[in-house]
Design a protein around this ligand. Structure first.
Ligand code: BG6
Length: 255
């Protein structure tokens, strides 16, 4: 019955929290690989946790991906209350489609909540010279300094190979990712099973080291196919991280 299912999930949350050494784990029922609307439930659960944590002035740095897009869909006007909240992309372009890009997701979050957002336009496929001069532009520098002041980060987690394919990764980087046995990916960092970084997409914005100074880190990822990826990425996560996942992924991580 329902009650037994609920307590089963609570118990799983506790076990996963211990196993991954995190501050909090939230599990929504179902498996988003099999049932698409479970991703919306991940979005809803994330929105709820964000609301609980937001007070006063906030800068929220957001990564890309379809799961983050689902979070954006669940944010509403009353959600941010009377906080002063700004959405910024966590990092520059990392080869995603426009709809999966952090810039688009921030715009959607701002629109849905009545808050402001900033964009970070850094080209992906340019020479080092162009890139270096680009990031010296005052407008880019200003957004980068806002990103560094973020008190909350929201990010998805992907399977390393799925993400490398989705981003049309250059062959030489593809080789590094494969030879390094990357299994998980988050905000452009590729991790092996031990949680070590084997490759990073060269771009600007938040660095992995910055995460330890950020009060609220919410990682949102579900689907049993992401079990390995979640486990790997959570190895390098700070213990202030909250993982929002689904039953499909949780069961597989714990088995
Ligand atoms: C990327 C993010 O855009 O999306 C990553 O930068 C994340 O943090 C990935 O791993 C996940 O995508 P999705 O579509 O599976 O949520």
């Amino acid at each position: 019955g329902i009650m037994r299912d609920v307590s089963g999930i609570n118990e799983m949350e506790e076990r996963l929290k211990k196993e991954l050494n995190l501050q909090e784990v939230v599990i929504v029922p179902g498996d988003s690989d099999e049932t698409p609307w479970v991703k919306q439930e991940l979005g809803r659960a994330c929105a709820k946790r964000m609301k609980k944590r937001l007070v006063g002035e906030n800068i929220i740095a957001v990564a890309g991906g379809t799961t983050m897009a689902a979070v954006a869909d669940m944010l509403t006007f009353d959600f941010i209350g009377n906080t002063n909240t700004l959405f910024v992309p966590a990092r520059g372009g990392i080869g995603e489609d426009v709809k999966n890009e952090a810039n688009s997701i921030c715009a959607k979050m701002a629109e849905n909540t009545g808050c402001k957002h900033r964009v970070l336009y850094v080209p992906d496929q340019v020479s080092k010279e162009v890139y270096d001069s680009f990031v010296k532009e005052p407008i880019i520098k200003e957004v980068l300094s806002l990103i560094k002041k973020a008190n909350m980060v929201l990010h998805g987690i992907g399977d390393a190979n799925v993400m490398a394919e989705r981003r049309n990764t250059k062959e030489e980087d593809m080789k590094i990712i494969q030879d390094g046995h990357a299994v998980g990916e988050a905000f452009g960092y590729y991790f092996n099973e031990a949680g070590e970084v084997v490759h990073k997409v060269p771009t600007v914005g938040l660095k992995l080291d910055d995460f330890s100074h950020i009060e609220h880190v919410l990682a949102v990822a579900g689907g049993s196919s992401k079990a390995k990826a979640i486990k790997a990425c959570m190895k390098s996560a700070t213990n202030s991280t909250v993982l929002i996942t689904d039953e499909g992924a949780a069961k597989k991580i714990l088995s």
